[in-house]
Design a protein around this ligand. Structure first.
Ligand code: ZN
Length: 151
């Protein structure tokens, strides 16, 4: 008997591959101390640490980087985030953060958010939702540090 593969299984396999690719080859991972706008978030449950640094050019995200360590979900999510929000305005970025929050809680998403869609998989594992959202919370913090200066 042939195995029955539903379209859902294909999608989940693709999500897994996207997550692993970002975890193994993180995009924009570099020291963030030189960024004026940066934020740190940690997840004690899992030992995840994320520092996110951004530079605004006018009202758009001109440069973005992250550093950190932790589980594959948190690190892959940070890598996806840096690609997804690069060049976005602050409003667009905040809008995407909300969409990702809904996505990881299992809400339907009609829009194609690119690689970020792979985070939908964590909605089945409530303890991993915080891992996935960690870098997005750091981005929100960094965006609101309008007047941040280096220490
Ligand atoms: Zn984690």
């Amino acid at each position: 008997m042939k195995p029955i593969i539903s379209p859902m299984d294909d999608v989940e396999e693709l999500y897994q591959e996207i997550l692993l690719d970002h975890y193994r080859n993180p995009r924009n991972k570099q020291p963030c101390h030189a960024f004026l706008l940066r934020a740190h978030q940690s997840n004690l449950l899992c030992g995840d640490e994320i520092v996110l640094g951004i530079e605004l050019a006018q009202d758009s995200i001109g440069k973005i980087a992250f550093e950190g360590h932790g589980c594959s979900i948190s690190q892959a999510s940070a890598s996806m985030l840096t690609e997804a929000v690069s060049g976005m305005t602050k409003t667009q970025a905040l809008d995407l953060i909300e969409k990702v929050r809904h996505l990881t809680h299992g809400d339907a998403c009609e829009e194609d958010l690119g690689d970020v869609m792979a985070l939908k998989g964590v909605s089945k594992f409530p303890v991993r939702v915080k891992c996935a959202l960690l870098p997005w919370m750091a981005l929100k913090d960094a965006l609101f540090q309008k007047n941040a200066r280096p220490p």
